[in-house]
Write a protein that binds this ligand. Structure first.
Ligand code: FES
Length: 121
């Protein structure tokens, strides 16, 4: 069996409503896995692209969060309506969807336009 060309990782972590940070499942990410699987199959990429759900990717303020490897392209605020575009543009044609891409300045930073200033900072 040939190896996968891309892995799509979808955060489906779910926190309590009272948690300090938001979580992707509460933003609708649980519907993304089946949407990606359907779109991958529709695009003829089954066996080349694998979509998996997983726990927190620590980019919670940008959820639902999806990351595509080996490209290391991070997407934020992804919803079902965006899935076909990611599959067609990025995974089929190799053109990341810039309008959904998280800026490097948002990744693994304490502060960005989407994060509140941490307590005590
Ligand atoms: S809950 Fe999805 S990145 Fe943290």
């Amino acid at each position: 069996m040939p190896k996968f060309e891309h892995h799509v990782f979808i955060c489906t972590n779910k926190r309590d409503e009272e948690a300090d940070r938001p979580s992707c499942a509460r933003q609708g990410s649980e519907k993304l896995k089946s949407a990606f699987k359907d779109a991958v199959k529709e695009a003829g990429l089954k066996g080349k692209v694998r979509a998996n759900e997983l726990g927190c990717l620590d980019q919670c303020e940008h959820g639902p969060v999806v990351v595509v490897y080996p490209d290391a392209v991070w997407y934020g605020f992804v919803h079902v309506k965006d899935v076909e575009e990611i599959v067609t543009e990025h995974l089929l044609h190799g053109r990341p969807v810039e309008r959904l891409r998280l800026a490097d300045t948002c990744l693994n930073t304490e502060r960005c336009p989407h994060k509140l200033v941490p307590k005590g900072k």
